[in-house]
Design a protein around this ligand. Structure first.
Ligand SMILES: Nc1ncnc2c1ncn2[C@@H]1O[C@H](COP(=O)(O)OP(=O)(O)OP(=O)(O)O)[C@@H](O)[C@H]1O
Ligand SMILES: [Mg+2]
Length: 307
């Protein structure tokens, strides 16, 4: 089983407008509301691939029953920690062209007691698990070193997908796996990641400073990874992309499932890239179907790189 610490749950709302014109009134077409946040995306990908998964995250009273029910239908055991403050909303505005503008609310501080319960519940489920994934922004009140400490203190394989100071703190330790995207990696190292060579250089540098599995995702260009056995690039071009938001989360879910099945990094990248592309082809943010992933996986190109 994999436990996902994705504390900062959200209500994802997708609203359709013809064309977005700042400063004017829009009449929304269909609007859709569902459980959101990076933890939800990673966990439902792991479940779709057939691996048991527990998600630990915040939920308010108004959404706890519905979120648990919806995630259960997706195969995710959601261990909701009740928050005294309302869940944040993430609004995605989709235009007829397919372009998506996101407005992500900041969450309110749930308070010290709730933060302590989140930590305790996560540690409880981690003890029952084979691996841990720490993903997404942390609710206010958590310090930026939280994921780095969790990673240092656990004996489990622990993957971290974070940005800014939380990523910086994690990279200063020797985490089992880091998965920044190109922009996050560029911010971390203070150097642009504009080419595949740049990305491979960053992954090598992260691995050299102690990241056991250094994985960079590069949107439609795929991903690069460096571990003790070598370096790889993996990519898949697909037509008909609809929504790439959450592709990194689905990628990480796929990567963890494959690594837990003891696949090599090259093979794990094949599944991860297929998951990222499967998400991009679908409308829903951070969700893949097994049949789509199975269809794409053999098409992924994996190339070894010089270490
Ligand atoms: N347009 C695309 N076509 C095909 N595959 C894609 C596309 N965009 C993303 N992917 C796949 O998904 C993976 C992750 O994408 P990306 O680098 O955009 O992650 P991210 O920025 O972390 O996303 P998020 O944080 O929204 O989940 C890529 O490595 C790639 O395999
Ligand atoms: Mg990401």
């Amino acid at each position: 089983m994999i436990t996902v610490a994705g504390f900062n749950s959200a209500i994802d709302r997708l609203v359709d407008v013809g064309a977005l014109r700042p400063g004017t009134v829009h009449r929304a077409g269909g609007a859709d509301e569902r459980p959101g946040g990076k933890g939800v995306h990673v966990a439902q990908t792991i479940a779709a691939l057939g691996m048991p998964v527990t998600l630990v995250g915040l939920c308010d009273d108004a959404h706890a029953a519905e979120f648990s029910q919806r995630l259960k239908l997706r195969g995710v055991d959601f261990r909701a920690v009740r928050s005294p403050v309302p869940l944040r909303q993430c609004l995605a505005i989709r235009e007829a062209s397919g372009r998506i503008t996101e407005i992500l609310e900041r969450s309110e501080d749930p308070g010290a007691d709730t933060r302590m319960v989140l930590d305790q519940v996560m540690r409880h489920w981690a003890m029952e698990s084979d691996a841990l994934v720490c993903t997404g922004s942390l609710p206010p009140g958590f310090d930026a070193g939280y994921y780095a400490r969790v990673s240092a203190e656990t004996s489990l394989p622990c993957a971290i997908d974070a940005s800014g100071d939380a990523l910086r703190a994690a990279a200063d330790g020797s985490p089992w796996l880091l998965k920044p995207n190109a922009a996050e990696a560029a911010d971390l190292l203070g150097a642009p990641v504009a080419s595949l060579e740049d990305a491979a250089g960053v992954a090598r540098a992260l691995h050299a400073r102690g990241v056991r599995h250094a994985v960079l995702t590069l949107g439609g260009e795929g991903a690069v990874a460096v571990d003790e056995h070598g370096a790889w690039q993996a990519s898949l071009h697909v037509d008909g992309v609809r929504n790439t938001v959450g592709s990194g989360d689905c990628f990480l879910g796929g990567l963890m499932v494959a690594l837990m099945r003891r696949e090599s990094m090259g093979d794990a990248l094949r599944l991860a890239v297929a998951c990222g592309a499967a998400n991009a082809l679908g409308e829903e943010t951070g969700f893949v179907r097994l049949d789509t992933v199975d269809g794409l996986r053999p098409l992924v190109r994996v190339v070894p790189l010089d270490v």
